[in-house]
Design a protein around this ligand. Structure first.
Ligand code: PLP
Length: 487
């Protein structure tokens, strides 16, 4: 009898213990439970395992075509709060249980960008090695400004940038570069460095030290070039837009005519941007012809390969960037075509020392020149930021796991698929290609023409009505949770 009594007693004790743990874990405010709290190790491990469970479940479902891409809610609905999910910040700490619910719900109401039917702008897919890299990066939680605080990551960044420069075709991969928060910032770096090369005194004296400087880019180029002209004090009026052909590629003769015209007006041309893979048409500007003009008039040539730079990895497609090795700087976003998780963008500069000269401020508390290691590895002063996120690891890890050959296959496959799509749509009734001929990149641009518009002659009215059709289709598609596209 006593034997059974003891067993029952022990079972009751065990349940009491479990309830206590559960209670402590979920209802005692977070900070008191988790590391670095004394005895916080067990709670921390349990909590993190639950988070990992949420994340891995999310990843699993992301690849399931029957899962919704998005459960769309209007901003006011999310702001008003959804069952158990409240965006408002509160004065009192929440329980760990609620924190886990918050994690789950954040993913629930967000967009599954890795879903096979996610077709929004320019980055998609979820690379598992890249994801692991991002998790590791967050766990290491360090800063890229000095070697002493990120020795391994700084070296990885240097090696990867060198490899990218070799692929561009700069002798021995010489030159410089840095990872930045995105293509827009990389493009801004290129304008800054171009100005510094021509007018280094602007760094100290400001734009008054230079004549009226003008920049050139195509009508189809990314708006970040315009933004850079505004932010850096050139003024958007001094950004001269170049005409393009019907496929969105710069017409080099227009560039030369506009350079001559600017010079005759007494302006100083300092910068030309050639786009390698334009945002909408996926057009590749003729870099060699543009480079001839830049060399003739001593103008900095930048290649914005944010979108199309990835094609450099493919022996079959890299010819679209022929002449890229003549550029003074190149933007290349592995977070677009190469599928690296956001954010991962590099600005590469052919001449060494310019980034440092242009941006360094030599802050004494950070960049002491007399440290006991080679301080050229303190790369942070080349950046316009102070603290800089580690963007390199996930890219480096993906490169390790795929090999250069894997990236090549990835690019070739993406282009093959768009060729297939192009051929499917080209002769389909009710569809019209935006421009004739096979696309150069993965952008397959077409209009859907509803029966009511098919007999309408081309012109402004048709354009406006077609615009409404694509707007309407987009909102319709947004309400279909199994797909997310952009117009
Ligand atoms: C051609 C081009 N350049 C630059 C950018 C800006 O890149 P990010 O979004 O990484 O800032 C984009 C983005 O779409 C782009 O298409």
């Amino acid at each position: 009898m006593k034997y059974y009594y003891n067993i029952i007693n022990n079972v009751i004790k065990f349940f009491k213990f479990c309830i206590l743990i559960y209670f402590k874990m979920y209802f005692i405010p977070v900070m008191r439970n988790l590391l670095p709290a004394k005895n916080g190790e067990e709670y921390t491990m349990q909590f993190l395992l639950e988070v990992v469970d949420i994340l891995t479940n999310y990843v699993r479902k992301t690849f399931d075509r029957s899962t919704k891409v998005l459960d769309f809610h209007h901003p006011h609905q999310l702001l008003e709060g959804m069952e158990g999910f409240n965006l408002e910040l509160c004065d009192q700490p929440e329980s760990l249980e609620q924190i886990l619910v918050d994690c789950r719900d954040t993913l629930k109401y967000g967009v599954r960008t890795g879903h096979p039917r996610f077709f929004n702008q320019l980055s998609s897919g979820l690379d598992i090695i890249g994801l692991a890299g991002e998790w590791l990066t967050s766990t290491a939680n360090t800063n890229m400004f000095t070697y002493e605080i990120a020795p391994v990551f700084v070296l990885m960044e240097q090696l990867t940038l060198k490899k990218m420069r070799e692929i561009i075709g700069w002798p021995n991969g010489e030159g410089d570069g840095i990872f930045s928060p995105g293509g827009a910032i990389s493009n801004m770096y290129s304008v800054m460095v171009a100005r510094y090369k021509h007018y280094p005194e602007v760094k100290i004296k400001g734009m008054a030290a230079a004549p009226r400087l003008v920049l050139f880019t195509s009508e189809h180029s990314h708006y970040s070039i315009k933004k850079a002209s505004a932010v850096l004090g050139f003024g958007t009026e001094n950004l001269i837009l170049l005409k393009t052909d019907e496929r969105g590629r710069v017409i080099p003769a227009d560039l030369e005519a506009k350079v001559i015209d600017a010079k005759q007006k007494g302006f100083m041309p300092v910068f030309v941007n050639a786009t390698a893979g334009s945002t909408v048409y996926g057009a590749f500007d003729p870099i060699n012809e543009i480079a001839d003009i830049c060399e003739k008039y001593n103008i900095w040539l930048h290649v914005d390969g944010a979108w199309g730079g990835g094609l450099l990895m493919s022996r079959k497609h890299r010819h679209k960037l022929n002449g890229v090795e003549r550029a003074n700087s190149v933007t290349w976003n592995p977070h677009k075509m190469m599928g690296v998780p956001l954010q991962c963008s590099a600005i590469l500069v052919r001449e060494k020392g310019l980034l440092q000269g242009c941006n360094s401020m030599c802050a004494g508390y950070l960049f002491q020149p007399d440290k006991q290691y080679d301080v050229t590895y303190d790369t942070g002063d080349k950046a316009i930021q102070c603290g800089r996120h580690v963007d390199i690891f996930k890219f480096w890890l993906m490169w390790k796991s795929k090999g250069t050959i894997g990236f090549e296959k990835h690019i070739d496959r993406c282009l093959e698929l768009s060729e297939y799509l192009y051929h499917k749509i080209k002769n389909r009734e009710g569809y019209e290609m935006v421009f004739q001929g096979e696309p150069q990149h993965t952008n397959v641009c077409f209009w859907y023409i509803p029966p009511s518009l098919r007999l309408l002659p081309d012109g402004e009215e048709k354009r406006q009505r077609l615009h409404k059709v694509s707007r309407y289709s987009q909102s319709l598609l947004l309400s279909l949770p199994k797909l997310l596209v952009c117009d």
